[in-house]
Design a protein around this ligand. Sequence first.
Ligand code: RNT
Ligand code: ZN
Length: 417
Amino acid sequence: MNSAYELAKVKYRELEVDTETAMKTLSETPISIHCWQGDDVSGFENAGEALSGGIQATGNYPGKARTPAELMADFEKAISLIGGRKRINLHACYAIFPPGEKADRDALEPEHFKKWVAFARKNDLGIDFNPTFFSHPMVRGGLTLSSPNEDVRAFWVRHGIACRRIAAYFAKELNTHSLCNVWIPDGFKDVPADRFTPRKTLQKSLDEIFAEKLDGVIDCVESKLFGVGVEAYTVGSSEFYLGYAASHEGVYDLMDSGHYHPTEVISDKIPAMLCHFDRIPLHVTRPIRWDSDHVVRLDDELKEIATELVRNGALQKALIGLDFFDASVNRVAAWIIGARNMQKALLFALLTPHKQLAALQRDGRWTELMARQEAMKVMPVGAVWDEFCRREGVGDDGEWLETVMRYEKDVLRKRTN
Ligand code: RNT
Ligand code: ZN
C-alpha cells in the first residue's frame, strides 16, 4: 500500500466514492484485445493478398509478428503488462493450418483454431471472433455479402456460417460467450445508381448467416460510414444495421468509435442503445480526421464512453473490444497503451460520484454541476491507477515500458521482415 494511494482513498471517500470497490470492478471488467494490432491485420493465410477493404495500417516499425508462434508470444508479453480480465479477439484470417494444408474461408473448421483455444486456456482468456470479409480474391468489385454475383455472395454466406460455428466452438470449449462480429467492406467509390438493391441483398445474406441457432454466440453487425476507396456509399450503414439488429432477436449492433461522422460520438449513442438493447458491443478506437484506427489515448471521448457505461450500470451489458492498428510504433507497446487507457477511462468513471452529479442536473443546478465536473478532472485518479497496477502485478506507467523495450531488443529486432 503506498501513501499516495492512502491519501487518494481519503479524498475520494469525502465524495462518497470507494476506491476499493472501483479497483475490484475494474479488475473484473473484461477487455477484448484484438489480435490484429500484432501484425498490421495481415493474418496467416499468406495468399499474397494485401490488406484491402478500405482499411489501412501505415508504418513499418520493425518486429511485426509473422507466424502464430510470434503473434502469440507478443500477445502474451502485452497481456503480462495489462491488469484485469482479458479476452482475445481473433479474425478468421488467423486460422492455423497443419503444414501443407489450407482451407479457403468458406471451408474453415473449428480445428483450424484449436491452437488458439489451447492458447486461450493457457492464458485464461475468452475468445471473440470475426469473419474476415476482406483481403481475399473473392471480394469482387469491392463487394461480398451484397454482391449481385451469386457465386460471390454464396461464398461469403458460407464463410459467415462457418465462422459462427467456430465461435460456438470457442464458447463451448472455453465456457464463456463468444462475440461473433460481421463487418463487411462493401461499398462504392462514387455515386451509385442504386442504393437499395445492395442493402436488400445484404439483408438476405445476413438472414441466411444467422439462421442457425447457436449456443454461446453473441451475434453482432458493425456499421461504417466510409472507407478509403469506398467513399461515396457503404452498404452496411448505421441505419441499415441498427434496424437489422432491432428487428432480429439475438443480433446486436456493434458500434465502432471511428465509424460515424467526425463530430458524432458513440458515448452519446450508448444510453440511446440501452433503451432498446441488453448488450452494447463496442470497438473502441481513435479516429483522427477519418477512421484511422490510431492507438486509443486517454482523451475526452474515451472517458465519456467509459462514463456512459459506468453511470448507467451497463458494464455487464457492455462487450468492450479494442480495434486499432498502428504499424509505426512498437506493436506490443501499442496494445498495452491502448488497453491500459481503456482501463484508466473506466477507473476515472468508477471514481466519479455519478448520483450526486445527476441530482445537480435534475435540480437544474448547472453552475454547481459544471464546477464539480471540472473538479473531478484533477482528483488523484493516478494514485489509484498505480495501486491497481501494483496489485495486478503489471507495473505502473513508469515501469512497463522498460520491459517492452528489452523485449524489442531481444526478440522483435531479431526478426527480419
Ligand atoms: C473496419 C472495422 C473492422 C476492422 C477489423 C479488422 O473499419 O472497424 O472492425 O477494423 O475487423
Ligand atoms: Zn471495428
